[in-house]
Design a protein around this ligand. Structure first.
Ligand code: SF4
Length: 269
């Protein structure tokens, strides 16, 4: 099957027209799927978001695109439970499918919600078949896509997400993506602009351990009235320098040592 992508300028322009004609994000997502069908293009799971994000989102395959040393994999990885798990199992590792879905989510989000999309509710940036090498082909596709979207819609941010890869290569990737409006937070690295898994009711222990960090608890985990769409904390970390703290909701059963995970992350600050 030919790997047509929305990086083709003609297809991109036609796709944008379809999305702009839709009434709202839900209709736009339906229209995007119709566009892919009509043009015989492949795509990976992409939705208009759950109650927590309320933003168009994409899914990568868990395991194949994750660093093999991720301590959450097979334990408390939230993408291996419930609806997210269902979506990630349908996900593709093919670059064309992944970039088509990512572009779709970014365009829908920017056009209909004036917000960035949530990249990779599941999975990460690892090149499938490797331990933790960054998938640079996919990253370069994202860089090109973000440039196209920013140029067309003058958006400051086009997407946000997280990575568990803790290498210098990942730091380079985060910095390159940030330059084009894709904000990626490094997970379980206690650093400004990072994200930490920690019980919200024990935040004082975290403050004591890392007094230099400006910690911000994810409000959507404590209130059904907040979502990423309204909160915005994660994709504004480059302006605020905060470190986002997430409650490890699946840790009740597995009881992972979050302190030890953080200690490993400290080495990569
Ligand atoms: S901190 Fe805000 S933007 Fe980040 S995940 Fe939570 S609700 Fe979403």
């Amino acid at each position: 099957m030919p790997s047509k992508t929305l990086l083709d300028p003609t297809l991109f322009r036609a796709f944008c027209r379809v999305i702009e004609h839709a009434m709202d994000a839900t209709q736009a997502a339906k229209a995007a799927r119709g566009f892919f069908h009509q043009n015989e293009m492949c795509w990976a799971p992409m939705g208009t978001g759950n109650t927590k994000t309320q933003l168009p989102s994409t899914y990568n395959k868990v395991g194949d695109t994750c660093p093999k040393n991720c301590p959450l994999l097979g334990n408390i990885c939230q993408a291996q439970h419930g609806n997210v798990n269902t979506q990630q199992q349908k996900a593709s590792t093919a670059h064309a499918a992944r970039i088509n879905s990512a572009i779709s989510a970014m365009v829908i989000s920017v056009v209909h919600l004036d917000r960035p999309a949530r990249l990779h509710v599941s999975g990460d940036f690892v090149l499938p078949g490797t331990e933790m090498d960054v998938d640079w082909i996919y990253v370069h596709y994202l860089l090109s896509a973000a440039e196209m979207i920013k140029m067309k819609y003058k958006a400051q941010y086009v997407a946000f997400g997280y990575t568990q890869i803790k290498t210098q290569e990942a730091r380079d990737m985060v910095s390159m993506l940030a330059d084009v409006g894709i904000v990626i937070l490094r997970s379980n690295v206690p650093t400004p602009r990072g994200a930490i898994l920690w019980p919200h009711n024990d935040i004082s222990a975290l403050k004591e351990r890392f007094p230099h960090l400006k910690l911000a608890k994810c409000p959507a985990q404590n209130s059904k009235w907040t979502s990423c769409r309204t909160c915005q904390i994660c994709w504004k970390v480059r302006e605020t320098n905060v470190t986002v703290v997430f409650e490890a909701s699946y840790n009740k059963k597995h009881k992972l040592d979050l302190g030890a995970i953080l200690t490993q992350g400290e080495a990569h600050c």
